[in-house]
Ligand binder design. Sequence first.
Ligand code: ADP
Ligand SMILES: O=P(O)(O)O[C@H]1O[C@H](CO)[C@@H](O[C@H]2O[C@H](CO)[C@@H](O)[C@H](O)[C@H]2O)[C@H](O)[C@H]1O
Length: 461
Amino acid sequence: MSASSEQLRPLVQGWLPTQRWFAGKGRAGTVDVVPLAVLVAASPEVTIWTARVTYDDGSIEVYQLPLVERDARDEGLDHVLVGAYEDGDGLRWIYDALHDKDVTAAWLVNIRDEVRTDRLRFTNHADAADIPVDEPSLVLTAEQSNTSLMYADKAILKVFRRLQPGVNPDIEIHAALSARGARHVARLLGSVAAEVDGEHFELAMLQEFMTTATDGWELAKKSVLDLMAEGDLHAEEAGGDFAGEAERLGAAVAEVHADLAVAFATATATPEEVRDRADTMHARLEYALSVVPELQDVAPGLHALFNAFAELRDPLPVQRIHGDLHLGQVLRTVHRWVIIDFEGEPMAELSARRRPDSTLRDIAGMLRSFEYAGHHRLIETGYVPQLAYRANEWAERNRDAFCTGYAESAQHDPREQSVALRAFEADKAVYEAVYESRHRPAWLPIPLASLSRLAETEVVR
Ligand SMILES: Nc1ncnc2c1ncn2[C@@H]1O[C@H](COP(=O)(O)OP(=O)(O)O)[C@@H](O)[C@H]1O
Ligand SMILES: O=P(O)(O)O[C@H]1O[C@H](CO)[C@@H](O[C@H]2O[C@H](CO)[C@@H](O)[C@H](O)[C@H]2O)[C@H](O)[C@H]1O
């Protein structure tokens, strides 16, 4: 027996805003809960529910909630208790099923066996032996917009929390690049989709787990800490220089771009399409000005940069890209760099995220990230001129190394498209200014400093 929507709704209403992946924190609205399907092969029973959140401004978000129902409290699951309800015979206890090791093997068994039910479709993209159905699961504790479970060190299941109808770019790109044997992505092992009232939703993705992987942000931070500890040494003299890694990362990103160009369509943006992109940049800046008044002084210079981009006469090739590339989206294994999380810009609609775009957008994302890594330590230490000098030096050195690695692999140097590259960088930094002012106000000086640099550079085409 399982809870009804009415029994569940008040429990979910209280629990949802406490979840890291819930994007609507602090916004007023109402929640409806609707069952999507019962998960085959799970005991106790697991129902995949959806929570449909209608905000007071009329916008709607749908979240995926796989919930397990137990007839007794399980203290080991107290930290993921959604709530309990009375069913006449006593209390029934509802937990987030992704944390319940008694049921999480069901996702893998269903993928291995390619189970199809009225609404659910499990697909095995690998061999049956590659799906580690006997391994215990563990939820990753990283701050995430989804929920990922690792099954020993064999596979990682990413369960998408926010559902939108249509093709999920993370699965789509991993499927296409895995099929090409691409070296710099984690191999796709399986996927889970749902068909509801004629609409297609993608619920989860199973991938090869990259053992020995450390994310690029952690590695870069370590390198900067080494440099800051020895404030009077240049980056190439201090221990932990990152430039070699940055160069290899540039080559890896170029290789992924080349694979994407073969796996999906490529095109050249028309002048109107370039102007459309520039219009989006102007609009993003105007919106950011309403959230971050500190942008006022740099706005004219940035509008001038976006205008210069709009007027470029060089062709702008477009293709599928990553869309949200930064050092937190790349993993270094002992063998190579691996790029993860091809979901694209988190706030955009799915269709927009799958639209071909310039590879310069990804390159700009990485350049921004080197800037962040170089300067993050100053947020903790406060402004120390010597350390600020070192931070700039580190950022410049690694931005250059990344571009050099990219250029060697791609046979064209992104630095040669300087107006477009700087426009994409500025656009990302404007996005970051809004992000930081909302989530980490202490970090706001990082994008603001970059924006004043980008706004002041004379635009030479
Ligand atoms: N294939 C993988 N192998 C090992 N760890 C991974 C893999 N994919 C993701 N991770 C880890 O999981 C974290 C979150 O993954 P990500 O795809 O960025 O999820 P989200 O979209 O929820 O942010 C990453 O920062 C990384 O540490
Ligand atoms: O978590 P997401 O991948 O969706 O990205 C969001 O959060 C990122 C912060 O974790 C934010 O990235 C910014 O900070 C990073 C350091 O913490 C830095 O490496 C990135 O260059 C910088 O953009 C990202 O913008 C935001 O979308």
